[in-house]
Design a protein around this ligand. Structure first.
Ligand code: DC
Length: 226
């Protein structure tokens, strides 16, 4: 049965889905699930506890037991807590992103996080962003969006972001890192990154963030009014 109060936004790393999901959730006044943050939390907790990413059962235990909270705030929308400590910024590092995509390859870890993700679906509705929102976690979502963008364009956007923070990066290395991450996210056995059969695929290479936002908002409003 279709769940009209769920919108999923999936796509590759750096495709702009996080910002888009946040804007749509704010407009509709719906809840927001940043599922990547859950995988980042697992990676972060593993580093903190000195557990190697190759230790599958140790990583699974973390995914099952970690004490986390997502606290909506006025401005940045969500604060991420791990054992009552604010780790919102700490989990955003490149290291945590790399670790997240490593631990996300374990089926047992994905299983341990499944119900936690589904619990985010509460009235009036949920916008869920990630890699497998439309395919695995919320297969009956009323609207499914999949964002595509080439590695070069995503690397350019990332370079611009880093530059604004005073960090200079090497472009070929940035592109290589993005391609490696894509290969791991798309190539894993369990819940690989791919568009759901009924997803609307949007190629964002030649679209600005506001244009993508307007397309998705219009579809979201049609869903809400139907
Ligand atoms: O969206 P992000 O960059 O915060 O995600 C970090 C990693 O987490 C990503 O490379 C793969 C993993 N991930 C996943 O496997 N499934 C999701 N639904 C979300 C993220």
């Amino acid at each position: 049965m279709i769940q009209p109060t769920i919108i999923t936004i999936d796509g590759t790393a750096g495709s702009g889905k996080g910002t888009l999901a946040m804007r749509i959730a704010t407009d509709l006044n719906w809840h927001l699930l940043d599922s990547g943050a859950l995988y980042r939390l697992v990676a972060y907790a593993a580093i903190q506890q000195g557990i190697d990413y190759s230790d599958e059962s140790g990583i699974e235990r973390i995914a099952k037991e970690m004490d986390i909270a997502f606290i909506p705030t006025g401005g940045k929308l969500v604060e991420v807590l791990l054992s009552d400590i604010n780790v919102s910024d700490a989990i955003r590092t490149e290291d945590c992103g790399y670790g997240a995509s490593k631990v996300a390859t374990y089926g047992l870890v994905r299983k341990a996080l499944l119900q936690r993700q589904r619990d985010f679906h509460q009235a009036p509705g949920l916008v869920a962003d990630g890699r497998d929102m439309g395919t695995v976690v919320f297969p009956n979502a009323g609207l499914k969006i999949y964002l595509n963008a080439s590695a070069e364009i995503r690397a350019k956007r990332r370079q611009q972001q880093l530059k604004e923070n005073g960090v200079n990066v090497n472009m070929p290395r940035l592109i290589r890192d993005i391609e490696e991450r894509d290969a791991r996210d798309m190539g894993r056995k369990d819940s690989p990154l791919k568009p759901a059969d009924d997803a609307i695929v949007i190629d964002t290479d030649h679209l600005g963030v506001d244009e993508v936002y307007r397309i998705v908002l219009q579809k979201a409003q049609t869903l809400v009014l139907s």
